[in-house]
Write a protein that binds this ligand. Sequence first.
Ligand SMILES: *[C@@H]1O[C@H](CO)[C@@H](O)[C@H](O)[C@H]1NC(C)=O
Ligand SMILES: *[C@@H]1O[C@H](CO)[C@@H](O)[C@H](O)[C@H]1NC(C)=O
Ligand SMILES: *[C@@H]1O[C@H](CO)[C@@H](O)[C@H](O)[C@H]1NC(C)=O
Ligand SMILES: *[C@@H]1O[C@H](CO)[C@@H](O)[C@H](O)[C@H]1NC(C)=O
Ligand SMILES: *[C@@H]1O[C@H](CO)[C@@H](O)[C@H](O)[C@H]1NC(C)=O
Ligand SMILES: *[C@@H]1O[C@H](CO)[C@@H](O)[C@H](O)[C@H]1NC(C)=O
Ligand SMILES: *[C@@H]1O[C@H](CO)[C@@H](O)[C@H](O)[C@H]1NC(C)=O
Length: 293
Amino acid sequence: MPWSSDRVEAVGRNKSATKQEKYFKLTFHELLPILCSAAVPIVICVYTAITTYEQTKEAERRQFDLKQVAEERRLFDLTQANQLRQQLLYDQFIDNMYTLDKDGQLNDSAKPWAFPNARYWTAHRQWEPEHKGHSLIFLKKIDLIGRQCHGPEGQLKRLDDIIQLNQLNFDNIRLKSQNSNMHPLNMTCIRFDEVSLINVSFTFVNLDYASFDASSLNGSKFEESSLIGTIFNATQLHGTDFSNSDLQDAHLYNVILSTVKITEEQRKQAKFTNITLLNASNADKSTTTTGKL
Ligand SMILES: *[C@@H]1O[C@H](CO)[C@@H](O)[C@H](O)[C@H]1NC(C)=O
Ligand SMILES: *[C@@H]1O[C@H](CO)[C@@H](O)[C@H](O)[C@H]1NC(C)=O
Ligand SMILES: *[C@@H]1O[C@H](CO)[C@@H](O)[C@H](O)[C@H]1NC(C)=O
Ligand SMILES: *[C@@H]1O[C@H](CO)[C@@H](O)[C@H](O)[C@H]1NC(C)=O
Ligand SMILES: *[C@@H]1O[C@H](CO)[C@@H](O)[C@H](O)[C@H]1NC(C)=O
Ligand SMILES: *[C@@H]1O[C@H](CO)[C@@H](O)[C@H](O)[C@H]1NC(C)=O
Ligand SMILES: *[C@@H]1O[C@H](CO)[C@@H](O)[C@H](O)[C@H]1NC(C)=O
């Protein structure tokens, strides 16, 4: 009978298991004092070592986090401090100009306006592009640059700028109308002569009858701007982008046009004298004397 033999086997197994358990219980009780005296301290020791290691790691991690937070905080403070300093310098400049105006230093009789120019140069040296851009808008607003001039060319009468921008650096500035698509930023008749204007962007700016003589406009862009009657004489125009700006009667003298982004329409609007159309791809140099392209 198969079921009875199974049963016998099961009983037999139970018996031997109980024996083993007993034996184990015994030996375990016997071993316990030994375990307590030797192994447990080792276990505790290992446990403590691991815990200490973990705690050290955790502390290091926390310290690292704190360091990182401190570093971020420091950079934030530095940026804040720098911004504050820039703003203070700017406000100070405005106050100085107000005082100079009251003292008659901005009158035509005060030509060549040494004090206002010295003030501007000193402040300008310390500004970042943002405030350099703001300063141009301010100077134009109070009529110290781009003073009344009238187009078209025939009756063009330009007054000397009270603040001369010559030899200053305006790289990376962004000039943009405040209310884009309503009123362009008025920057008419400004003399950007011998000025560095690399990587500058003009967006919705009125630059009619302004001039950029002997300046660098490398990598700059004129978007939705007006350049009516504007003069570019010996201006570096490497990669300059005239985008969709109006170049009606603009006059380009002594310039290299090979990398300029200029449309067919703009070529028809502007006048060109002694220009180089050197193309890197075909290395073909051609010059025209006067006229439209
Ligand atoms: C500067 O011009 C204003 C008027 O434009 C005049 O009132 C003032 O007296 C002049 N100041 C000097 C120092 O000439
Ligand atoms: C721009 O400014 C000039 C003088 O700085 C002024 O004569 C002219 O009317 C202004 N143009 C516009 C459109 O406001
Ligand atoms: C150009 O100007 C932009 C915006 O101000 C700036 O992010 C970028 O770094 C400038 N490029 C160079 C080559 O200076
Ligand atoms: C262009 O600039 C040169 C010097 O850089 C000057 O001699 C010349 O008269 C200028 N031309 C015009 C039309 O302004
Ligand atoms: C402007 O670009 C031209 C052509 O690459 C280069 O010869 C000239 O040195 C650049 N000007 C400046 C101020 O980097
Ligand atoms: C023509 O323009 C080049 C620069 O592109 C200049 O070196 C040269 O002197 C100019 N020639 C005259 C006659 O102005
Ligand atoms: C100059 O080269 C570009 C391609 O690099 C080409 O599209 C353009 O038509 C060339 N311009 C002239 C005037 O040859």
